[in-house]
Design a binder for this molecule. Structure first.
Ligand SMILES: [Zn+2]
Length: 469
């Protein structure tokens, strides 16, 4: 038995023995300030949970006799956070460590937005075991790409699959549903016909749809048909004065006469059109594009898009956070950081644009979700979600709106807002107790003293052990 497994069992045992076992009457977090995006701020509350459910919320003056208690005086209770864009199977050296790392940073739910089922399903199975130290997990299976595939396992890890025609695309979605996928993820090189077939098949099966804006389609068209859009990417193309001409040019290049790999084809298109489009911005066109996506959750992954403005490895806490990663991951990332910091990070136009667009989206009333793309782009599991919240505030969200993006909006995407996303009676027992007020400074989401996940309580000592082992 390896060390991580032993640690996992020990932590699970610790949590179960300490609080909220089947027989226990429940646990009360007393005299606490409760903050969530549905109810706002409620002071002097006592929140009682038992097993995986919040069973009572009352004024702090009422008795908590017979209950286990956690003193919440001077502290702040928020719903457990979601990371709405992760890849659990992307980096072999991190797979085992990821679930506990997420939890140690208060991430109580994750949405995996792309991985091959062969590799992903065993990970999911382990995470869903009753005693596992792990966030709740929702997954799509592979990136559903078109005839050409970006993540085809050649120059990039193999997490995408080919979908040549509508019929096979429909079959694939039927299969994914049978494998427990809770949503689908459509990628950038699908044709409009295949896109339409996927949307139809997913809707028939009640699966929410996540997507990148396919390069063959207009953002307003594709975006209006799905439930969430990732990375803001390709929206800039339809915010340009010459968006029609850019679209025509893309359609011609997408025929791929030179038989380039999917990754090269996509990179060439991004390189050719992205920055010129940003420089040719039309506010009117952009507002029309965004208006078509009014009810589509936007997951901007700002920490990734704005890497050039805010390199994680230049942040003051980086070395202490980084040191918790497995040593093989550290060696690999150190090498890549040396390459990156010397080159790509000098152009900040897309980074600035991303912040600007998130602000415009907020002003236009589009819902926004918090996702990181962990572990891509040096995203440390869990930690990077807190950076994302800070970036969302930097873009113009209020701290409460940032909290909403990592709690209520993800729950709504999965039609789970009756069960998750706020601190209310009958909702799941996923909560974070903080030392400092996150509404004063969103960075205070990191001042976690207790994580309550699936009704189990982890205190600071346990959290530190989880992050460092
Ligand atoms: Zn991703």
């Amino acid at each position: 038995m390896n060390l991580l497994l032993i640690l996992g069992i020990w932590l699970a045992g610790w949590a179960d023995l300490s609080f909220s076992t089947e027989k226990s009457p429940g646990t009360a977090i007393t005299n606490v300030t409760v903050i969530d995006a549905l109810n706002g701020t409620r002071e002097n509350q006592t929140v009682v949970f038992k097993n995986d459910s919040i069973i009572k919320i009352h004024n702090a003056s009422e008795t908590t006799r017979g209950l286990q208690t956690i003193n919440g005086k001077g502290k702040f209770l928020i719903p457990g956070l979601w990371d709405f864009h992760v890849h659990l199977s992307y980096e072999d050296s991190l797979i085992e460590k990821m679930p506990a790392l997420f939890l140690s940073y208060g991430i109580t739910s994750v949405r995996d937005t792309g991985g091959l089922l062969d590799k992903l399903l065993p990970i999911i199975e382990a995470m869903k075991k009753p005693n596992s130290v792990s966030p709740r997990v929702f997954y799509s299976g592979p990136l559903l790409d078109g005839r050409d595939v970006v993540y085809d396992g050649k120059s990039r890890p193999h997490i995408g699959v080919q979908n040549i025609d509508a019929q096979s695309a429909r079959k694939r979605i039927e299969f994914l549903k049978s494998q427990g996928a809770s949503f689908i993820k459509i990628y950038e090189l699908v044709s409009p016909r295949v896109f339409e077939a996927m949307v139809g098949a997913a809707r028939e099966r009640g699966m929410p749809i996540d997507s990148h804006v396919p390069l063959s389609m207009r953002a307003g068209v594709a975006g209006s048909l799905v439930d969430s859009i990732e990375h803001l990417r390709n929206i800039e193309l339809d915010c340009a004065k010459d968006s029609e001409a850019l679209h025509e040019e893309r359609l011609a290049i997408l025929k791929n006469a030179d038989r380039l790999t999917g990754f090269t084809l996509r990179s060439n298109l991004h390189r050719l059109q992205r920055i010129p489009a940003i420089r040719n911005f039309s506010r009117d066109k952009c507002i029309r594009t965004l208006a078509a996506m009014k009810s589509t959750l936007q997951v901007p992954t700002l920490r990734l898009n704005s890497l050039a403005l805010n390199p994680p490895f230049e942040r003051p806490e980086w070395s202490s956070v980084f040191s918790a990663l497995p040593s093989t991951t550290q060696t690999d990332w150190d090498r890549r950081i040396r390459v990156q910091s010397g080159s790509r990070l000098t152009n900040t136009e897309f980074a600035e644009w991303s912040l600007f667009l998130v602000r415009l989206m907020k002003e236009q009333g589009l819902p926004i979700g918090a996702g990181t793309d962990t572990p891509i782009g040096f995203a440390i599991p869990g930690y990077s979600l807190h950076v994302e919240l800070q970036m969302l505030v930097r873009a113009g969200l209020t701290p409460m709106e940032a909290l909403r993006s990592a709690t209520l909006e993800p729950a709504k995407f999965f039609d789970l807002s009756e069960e998750m996303g706020s601190i209310d009676v009958n909702k799941k027992a996923d909560m974070l107790l903080l030392d400092k007020n996150p509404l004063i400074d969103i960075a205070n989401t990191r001042t976690i003293t207790h994580v309550i996940s699936k009704g189990r309580t982890y205190n600071q000592e346990t959290l530190t052990a989880m992050a460092s082992n």
